[in-house]
Design a protein around this ligand. Sequence first.
Ligand code: DX5
Ligand code: ZN
Length: 220
Amino acid sequence: MGTVKIAPSMLAADFANLERDIHMVNQSEADWFHLDIMDGVFVPNISFGMPVLKAMAEHTKKTLDVHLMIVDPDRYIETFAQIGADVLTVHAEACTHLHRTLQAIKDAGMQAGVALNPHTPVNVLEDVINDIDVVCIMSVNPGFGGQKFIQNTYAKVRKLRAMIDAHKSATLIEIDGGVNATNCTDLVEAGADVLVAGSFVFSSKNPLETIKNLRQVANT
Ligand code: DX5
Ligand code: ZN
């Protein structure tokens, strides 16, 4: 297994000080830059739209990890490619033709991610696991930052790790929601490769140090 990656979620940033917070992430040991896109339909919240996303994308120096919590994400694959997304993650629950969507993301030059809501079993991905670059296991119900981590996530990650290994796939496992320095070790032990952290990073006194520490703990 490679180095565990840390992906600060900008949903928890101070939107009145976006430039400052983007700069902080750029200066930090973070690996990925996690951006949450919501449509108020797939999830009961709206985050930020294309103009804000575009402005943020222009400033980030990290791998741009876009998490779409929207219905019918196929409509925007080209747009996110143009904005510069490196990883584009769609929800399995929002895709009627997931295989087709994954191919379209890759054809547009991005890595293809699939997110699973807490109630969605990992086995829905069995027949497409070799087509997926990143599986994002939601460890909270998507839509909001700062929620409580769902304990069943560990079992789910273990099942997914076994599936990935059985298929000799290089798919990364990303965990999104309620990640902190206390649960990160168990998540990595269960098989996680990428840890998204929003409020844990941005509510801390020293986000730069928090990212550094989280990365250190996750990799020991
Ligand atoms: C939730 C988002 C997450 C969120 C995580 O719908 O997908 O990326 O920002 O925030 P925390 O780490 O605060 O749970
Ligand atoms: Zn997210």
